[in-house]
Design a protein around this ligand. Structure first.
Ligand code: SAH
Length: 204
């Protein structure tokens, strides 16, 4: 996966490649999907949700430019795979999921794999996690109509936020940087994510 799908497409950051080579992706997909776990595509994880294609996980992780000391907020725990990748290359991961059934499974895996620097809760992540803010980096793994304002507020300075923004079919993967009080937005590439549903996302 690393040699065929990631390195040739411009994933060069060593920490990201190491994390992708270490976390057992097959444990984060349903039993019937295990043989396809490392394929170059997203897979269903139940509840109408998906675990992202490996390349997209790596692309989003790399864009955060983590050095190891950061506290990172993830919105959309899903299978827990992206949180597991982040946990290898930052100090602590705070991850929020709106669906109980998915978070229950992810938490069991975090325990089983001894990923003790991941904390998680059920909530609408579009409002962020005010009690633990600010975050050095924020990663949203569902697509919204706009960048939720609370997430920009809860981003540290300096800080980096990555989020798919667009319609419910296709989105621009946007990178928001905050440096010395100035917020800038740029587009990384086009992506297709499941919908970010919440107060500052799509309505149910
Ligand atoms: N990062 C996940 C990808 C999951 S797909 C992984 O590695 O597997 C996106 C997830 O975002 C879904 O599980 C969905 O339920 C969740 N989600 C959508 N809107 C949300 C919101 N407002 N708050 C928290 N989670 C949300």
């Amino acid at each position: 996966m690393v040699e065929e799908q990631l390195a040739p497409r411009g994933i060069h950051q060593q920490a990201t490649l190491d994390a992708m080579a270490t976390v057992p992706r097959e444990l984060f997909v349903e039993d019937a999907m295990q043989a396809r776990a490392y394929g170059d595509h997203p897979l269903p994880i139940g509840g109408g949700q998906t675990i992202s294609q490996p390349y997209i996980v790596a692309l989003m992780t790399q864009a955060l430019e983590l050095k190891g000391h950061e506290r990172v907020l993830e919105i959309g725990t899903g299978s827990g795979y992206q949180a597991a990748i982040l946990s290898k290359i930052c100090e602590r991961v705070y991850t929020i999921e709106r669906l109980d059934s998915l978070l229950g499974k992810a938490r069991k895996l975090f325990d089983r794999l001894h990923y003790y620097n991941i904390v998680s809760r059920i909530d609408d992540g579009t409002s962020g996690w005010p009690d633990e803010a600010p975050f050095d980096a924020i990663l949203v793994t569902a697509g919204g109509p706009k960048i939720p304002e609370p997430l920009v507020e809860q981003l540290a300075d300096p800080g980096r936020l990555v989020i798919p923004v667009g319609n419910q079919e296709v989105q621009d993967l946007q990178l928001v940087t905050k440096i010395e009080g100035e917020v800038q937005v740029s587009t990384i590439e086009q992506v297709r994510f499941v919908s970010l549903v919440g107060e500052h996302g799509w309505q149910d």
